[in-house]
Design a binder for this molecule. Structure first.
Ligand SMILES: [Zn+2]
Length: 358
């Protein structure tokens, strides 16, 4: 079997193929003069096989799944791989060709995986989930409903030990003096610098990372993003404040879920798969723009998670902006952690959000 770097979107896999050190044409995706994995030359010496097999081996063939395993989750291996892992850049047939090659070349691999439907038994194993999943056997939806309608402050739907460990794996440090931005829709005169910080706690409105009465400063790493986040329209005036961190801060970085590879650390792949899904839901909810049509109840799950991160001693949460996938937002729990060093008023020129300094 021959495949290439272009068959994959995952950076770790691409690097493993590149380190085989030979180029050529790829029969799977059709790319020319690309780094190749060639089982004739590379079997036994390429890390690529190990990486792919480390996710293939978590699937069990139908003969090995017990009667309680749901029918609708029994699928062909390549279907599962495409659905569960964001690592391939080829079609279903391409994935099948690659995976067949790997299984046929791996001693001890279960060849039934290629002819029977497959599944991951642990996903439906309550004991496994209770020990390894942030949500135990529950889903993000269950958690949301429970907080909203049953019990706001004490939840059995969250496995705090696992959540603490998973958040620790996403932790990152942002350096002192890094600059972030906050925008407010204004009038022609604009806001003064002292008006650009977060409102005092007692006046704080609820947001996705803070409950009513608990101040939180929402920032973005780009000016344009902050304008989009506050949903300013063409010909609105906006004041944009620049905030500089006074010290290094430690944050939970939910954006790593969309940006890192499952192969980055030698984590348990099943645990990774289960919790990546929960973290993605958390990040999506956190990144949803605040709207006047929202109920405060919509914010409860992300407020709960943010409060937990704050309780663990983190200074804030970082998450991708829904408006601009290249930039990110930051919710800071301690609003005094940065100084507003600059403040300018802008007129929004058009809906491409060009900014005209006024
Ligand atoms: Zn290819």
């Amino acid at each position: 079997m021959i495949c290439c770097t272009e068959c994959f979107s995952d950076l770790e896999i691409k690097a493993a193929i590149e380190s085989n050190g030979h180029k050529g044409n790829c029969p799977v995706c059709g790319a020319n003069n690309v780094w190749l994995y060639d089982s004739e030359k590379d079997t036994g010496s390429s890390e690529f096989e190990e990486l792919i097999y480390s996710i293939v081996e978590i699937y069990k063939c139908e003969d090995e799944l017990d009667d309680t395993f749901p029918e609708e989750d029994k699928k062909a291996l390549e279907e599962h791989l495409i659905q569960d892992w964001n690592i391939f850049a080829v079609s279903l047939e391409g994935v099948r060709e690659i995976v067949s090659g790997i299984i046929e070349n791996t001693i001890g691999a279960d060849r039934r995986l290629l002819v029977q439907r497959t599944g991951i038994p642990e996903l439906y194993d309550e004991i496994y989930l209770n020990e390894n999943s942030i949500m135990g056997k529950y889903s993000w939806e269950d958690f949301r409903r429970y907080l909203r309608n049953e019990n706001r402050f004490h939840s059995k739907y969250l496995n705090l030990n696992v959540l603490e460990e998973i958040l620790r794996n996403t932790a990152d440090t942002l350096k002192s003096r890094t600059v972030f931005y906050r925008g407010r829709i204004s009038d022609k005169k604009g806001y003064a610098r002292k008006e650009m910080g977060a409102p005092p706690s007692d006046k704080a409105l609820p947001g996705r990372a803070n409950s009513k009465g608990i101040a939180c400063l929402y920032l973005a790493n780009k000016k344009e993003t902050t304008v989009k986040e506050i949903r300013a329209n063409a010909f609105d005036y906006v004041t944009i404040g620049a905030f500089e961190l006074k010290r290094d801060i430690k944050i939970v970085d939910l954006s790593v879920i969309s940006h890192t590879s499952p192969f980055y650390a030698s984590t348990d792949k099943i645990k990774y798969l289960i919790n990546a899904k929960h973290l993605k839901n958390m990040e999506n909810d956190l990144a949803k723009p605040v709207s006047s049509r929202d109920s405060d109840l919509d914010y409860l799950p992300t407020q709960y998670i943010s409060d937990f991160a704050k309780y663990l001693g983190y200074d804030g949460v970082k998450y991708i902006s829904t408006f601009d996938k290249e930039s990110y937002n930051l919710a800071l729990f301690d609003t005094g952690i940065c100084n507003c060093i600059d403040c300018k008023n802008y007129l929004i020129g058009d809906l491409a959000y060009t900014l005209h300094h006024v």
